[in-house]
Design a protein around this ligand. Structure first.
Ligand code: B12
Length: 253
């Protein structure tokens, strides 16, 4: 009997599957517009100098530093996140990309500056035990760009340190970021400790692990989905909105 091998290969789906390298998979996701494309490639490759060079070029030709965060750095990191979630790339790659992304945010933050007189003070932090600080860094940069004085406590911040900072700085609002389901419970503890001390400031929480269902379980919590929601909420507080109105406005019903 004559056997056509190509039929067998098709049947077992061997012929059709062409293995792709991580670089090829990333290339399919790069944005087409410049400088977003060059920056996304540089973030994926963890080339900090190339990220900074492309950003400096864009800034020199008049690009807005805050828009550069949203339109170029975030899409770049999105690709890294997707490929990591799919198991295509691994932690060392992600660390190099994260560093390149943070270098870019630092530059944009520096260029955005702040207005002469701050609109109010905000304390930002990443939950105790959690080192994922890219989201928090974006939140802090956007708040500064919107004219707020930001006290950035950094990442893996012990609950005691958050409480001490709030007592010292007397901010209009506190933000928390958590990327891990194990670390986000620190937010409840912070909520309880603030209430025990009679402090009732809005506590906006976000980050990959956090969702609205979790945040509504503690009194001061307001969920923030996007980094840009932090400045929106601060503006809403300045316009006189109280905790209940903030939840009404920022939560999905
Ligand atoms: C980058 C990354 C890292 C980097 C972090 C570098 C850095 N400086 O941040 C490195 C390589 C160091 C790392 C380490 C680890 N990671 Co990691 N990491 C990631 C990854 C791929 C992307 C996260 C990220 O930066 N996203 C981009 C940013 C922009 O998103 P974001 O922080 O969520 O912020 C956005 C919004 O949420 C919002 N936002 C954030 N905060 C706030 C706050 C407010 C107020 C508002 C309004 C909005 C807001 O704004 C941002 C943009 O709009 C995720 C995968 C994923 N799907 O998320 C895993 C992930 C978070 N990591 C994970 C794990 C397990 C780890 C490690 C434990 C791995 C290990 N075995 O060592 C360690 C953690 C060590 C520790 N103690 O923290 C898990 C967590 C699982 C879980 N649910 O608990 C994830 C989900 C991967 C996975 N699928 O398993 N990681």
């Amino acid at each position: 009997m004559d056997i056509d091998p190509s039929k067998i290969l098709v049947r077992y789906n061997v012929q059709k599957e062409k293995a792709q390298t991580p670089e090829e998979m990333a290339a399919e996701m790069y944005p087409s517009a410049e400088p977003a494309r060059t920056i996304a490639v540089a973030i994926f490759e963890g080339e900090e100098d190339d990220v900074v060079e492309a950003l400096e070029k864009a800034l020199a030709s008049g690009a807005d530093p805050v828009k550069l965060i949203d339109d170029t750095l975030m899409p770049g990191m999105d690709i890294v996140t997707k490929l990591y979630d799919q198991g295509v790339i691994f932690l060392p790659n992600v660390m190099m990309s994260a560093d390149a992304m943070l270098e870019g945010i630092d530059l944009c933050k520096e260029k955005a500056g702040t207005s002469a007189k701050a609109k109010g003070k905000i304390v930002c932090h990443v939950a105790e035990g959690d080192v994922h600080d890219i989201g928090k860094t974006i939140v802090a940069a956007l708040l500064r760009a919107a004219g707020y004085d930001v006290v950035d406590l950094g990442r893996d911040v012990p609950v005691d340190e958050v409480i001490a900072a709030v007592k010292k700085e007397n901010p209009m609002m506190l933000t928390g970021t958590a990327l891990m389901t194990t670390t986000m419970y620190a937010f409840k503890e912070i909520n309880d400790r603030l209430l025990e001390s009679g402090i009732k400031i809005p506590f906006q929480c976000g980050g990959g692990a956090v969702n609205q269902d979790f945040v509504v379980t503690y009194e001061l919590g307001v969920y923030g989905e996007e980094a840009a929601d932090a400045a929106k909420m601060a503006d809403a507080i300045l316009s006189g909105k109280g905790l209940a109105q903030l939840k009404e406005h920022f939560h999905k019903h």
